[in-house]
Design a protein around this ligand. Structure first.
Ligand SMILES: Cc1ncc(COP(=O)(O)O)c(C=O)c1O
Length: 395
């Protein structure tokens, strides 16, 4: 779908063999365009943003704000509704802080969530998780009955980092809004696999990380409807977020800058914008089509291997991305060890363990899982190499 040689990491060899990278749900390799954008900043610009009165600073500020436009365009937002944060985790914590929650308040979510879309709700309020079925899929149909007068938000992963299943978000948003409840989508695993239009969805909050969408780590974004951002209390204060400061009072800058205190991850943000442009140039419909196809191929090829138990595989490929999670029953080998064997013996790079989703593993009564996750550069040969390696370990 896209030239593998856009991604220098894929040339990497371990023990004399080229790696097969199937761990994009953890973090993605970066295309040369992103690496070059970061390098250009170091070589040509290196300055702070929104501060200096010199040409390098002006240029850097332009690159930085162009990144905001690029990211806004990817998700159909207005640029002033994009707040740059460190990552998805910080975006969700910002919302948890901004909503002014108390211990009586309830946040409806699911038992499938990543810790970053669960612990902030536990900390600030009470998390009400929807249960999972035996395949690890949330019983989304129970949402309506869990929304009460105490519900302050309905927060769900757009795509699960554990199963790759796409949540029925249109219905989730419609049912929540019908009860006057705003919705947060944890989009870390969706935004670089599916076309998204936050306006058409009418979602209130949408959180994602650059490093999972071909960009650098250290930066992410929170989309929030402008009226939420106008109402939110300040999160962090300091340089860059203030318009005026005297002995009596200080006045924050306008949204979104008031939520971006301190020197940001400038080069990472420029790279983030480049990653969004790279994805837009391929076209998100094509990206999604490819992701679904690789997901279906992975599930189909793993399904027939003795000892493999897949999760989320009862869901049709149209509602999954290119990710497959499974356990392999081979004696007393832990799933982390299976992942290690795949890497050390076969140069197939996957995740093994709990994927920051302890509740899922408790509910499924498994001590861990192996997760293979693809992106635009993977193809059928990678799936074949994964399946052959798993088959060999199984035997
Ligand atoms: C679904 C989901 N939510 C949240 C996160 C947290 O992302 P970050 O560590 O970039 O904040 C992840 C990361 O794995 C994830 O997969």
């Amino acid at each position: 779908m896209t030239p593998r040689n856009d991604f220098p990491l894929l040339e990497r060899q371990v023990d004399g063999r080229r790696i097969t990278y199937l761990d994009s749900a953890s973090t993605t390799p970066k295309p040369r365009a992103v690496i070059d954008a970061v390098r250009r900043y170091y070589e040509n610009h290196t300055a702070n943003v929104h501060r200096g009165a010199h040409v390098l600073s002006e240029e850097t500020t332009s690159r930085y704000e162009e990144a905001r436009f690029s990211i806004a365009a990817l998700v159909g937002a207005a640029p002033n509704e994009i707040v740059f944060v460190r990552n998805t985790t910080e975006a969700i914590n910002l919302v948890a802080h901004g909503l002014g929650l108390s211990s009586e308040d309830e946040i409806v979510t699911t038992a499938l969530e990543h810790h970053s879309n669960y612990l902030p709700w536990r900390l600030h309020a009470r998390a009400v998780p929807l249960p999972l079925d035996e395949d690890g899929v949330p019983r989304y149909e129970l949402l309506r009955e869990r929304l009460t007068s105490r519900t302050k938000l309905a927060a769900v992963a757009h795509v699960s980092n554990v199963t790759g299943v796409v949540a029925p978000i249109e219905r989730w948003i419609e049912e929540s809004h019908a009860r006057g409840v705003p919705v947060l989508l944890d989009a870390s695993q969706s935004v670089s696999h599916l076309p998204v239009d936050v306006k058409a969805l009418d979602v209130d909050f949408f959180a994602f990380s650059s490093h999972k969408m071909l960009g650098p780590s250290g930066v992410g974004a929170l989309y929030a409807k402008a009226d939420w951002l106008e109402r939110f209390p300040l999160y962090q204060v300091g340089g860059g977020m203030v318009a005026r400061h005297d002995d009596d009072r200080f006045e924050p800058r306008e949204v979104p800058f008031r939520f971006e205190a301190g020197t940001p991850a400038i080069e990472a943000t420029i790279g983030f914008g480049e990653a969004a442009s790279y994805l837009r140039a391929i076209g998100m419909e094509r990206v999604a089509e490819h992701s679904r196809r690789i997901g279906a191929e992975m599930v189909d090829s793993l399904r027939s291997i003795p000892g493999v138990r897949l999760f989320g595989a009862s869901i049709p490929p149209e509602r999954r991305i290119g990710l497959a999670t499974f356990t392999l029953d081979v004696g007393d080998l832990a799933q982390r060890d299976v992942a290690r064997l795949l890497s050390d013996g076969h140069q197939v790079i996957v995740s093994g363990g709990l994927h920051c989703a302890h509740l899922f593993h408790q509910r499924m009564t498994v001590a861990g899982t192996v997760r293979a996750s693809s992106h635009v550069f993977n193809d059928s040969s990678d799936v074949a190499r994964l399946a052959a390696a798993v088959r060999e370990i199984a035997s």
